[in-house]
Design a protein around this ligand. Structure first.
Ligand code: ADP
Length: 284
């Protein structure tokens, strides 16, 4: 699962779906909405009119889907951002809903990639720094809540440099860690649907993920294979924000770097895994 940032024109993006910052009428408007309808052609508007006739437009924070007409994307997810006035806390919640509901709709259609513009930051005047934080945090929340999502890539497409810089400063950093595991631990990981590491046993107060594949391979080959006949190495992606609470421990050679996660904090670590745990190597 990747979260990408680019500066550009969303009508040129080649994802399964691009998101439109629509208005509740679904009948098109200015800004990115106008650009999408101009580039996509009449098919998009015809479908929007059909949805409007059926359900009477789209509420703020909700999303609807149409095909993408002449665009290179396959679908357009039309979501209605909040106007920045009145109850600001309510507006923040509604903007988060735009991102979450668009991703949920993409997921329900089994789409693999979604591109977002900076919803509400044009004529709806949502402060760009706050909007960037909401967009990024909501995407991360979605990924954490849907570990087996069909969505492999989320792209934030910033039209203007100001938005681009706000995103750049707030993009989440993800760290890949490795762990040698034996058959028993691998089976328990598999039982969780590749989502979690199993709780430690009473005599295992610390969980040791390592920072590089070579070190994990070495442990697997030198310890697991002689002891059990087979050794595995799994990889997983963790939010750098979570990991920054811990210091990296060097336990000898140049590549022997690992983290020491106390057993009672393992469940919190599991909740900060983005995507699933992947079996990457098997040694016999
Ligand atoms: P809203 O009404 O939700 O504020 P706007 O379309 O006015 O929607 O603005 C939303 C954001 O879309 C703004 O940051 C604007 O710069 C950006 N934008 C405008 N045209 C494009 C485009 N072709 N591709 C990507 N983003 C765009």
């Amino acid at each position: 699962m990747k979260i990408n940032l680019i500066q550009g024109d969303i009508t040129k993006i080649n994802t399964d779906a691009i998101v439109n910052a629509a208005n509740s009428s679904l009948l098109g408007g200015g800004g990115v909405d106008g650009a999408i309808h101009r580039a996509g052609g009449k098919a998009i508007l015809d479908e929007c009119v059909a949805i409007r006739n059926k359900q009477g437009g789209c509420n703020t924070g909700e999303a609807v889907i149409t095909t993408a007409g002449n665009l290179t994307a396959k679908f357009v997810l039309h979501t209605v951002g909040p106007v920045w006035n009145g109850d600001k806390e309510e507006k923040k919640k509604l903007l988060a809903n735009c991102y979450f509901n668009s991703l949920a709709l993409a997921e329900s259609k089994k789409l693999t990639s979604v591109a977002f513009p900076n919803i509400s930051t044009g004529i709806y005047h949502f402060p760009k720094d706050k909007a960037a934080a909401i967009a990024i945090n909501t995407a991360v929340d979605f990924i954490k809540a849907n570990k087996h999502t069909t969505i492999e890539e989320i792209i934030f497409v910033c039209f203007d440099e100001e938005n681009y810089n706000f995103y750049l400063n707030q993009m989440p950093v993800v760290v890949t860690l490795y762990r040698p595991v034996n058959q028993a631990e691998l089976n328990l990981i598999e039982e969780t649907g590749w989502e979690k590491f199993p709780p430690r046993l009473p005599d295992q107060p610390i969980f040791y993920p390592v920072t590089n594949e070579a070190y994990a391979n070495q442990i697997s080959k030198e310890w697991n294979v002689p002891a059990y006949g087979v050794g595995y190495v799994v990889a997983f992606d963790l939010s750098a924000n979570f990991l920054s609470k811990y210091t990296i421990e060097n336990v000898g050679g140049e590549i022997h770097n690992e983290y020491w996660i106390p057993a009672e904090e393992l469940e919190e670590m599991n909740e900060n895994i983005l995507g699933t745990i992947r079996l990457i190597n098997t040694f016999k």
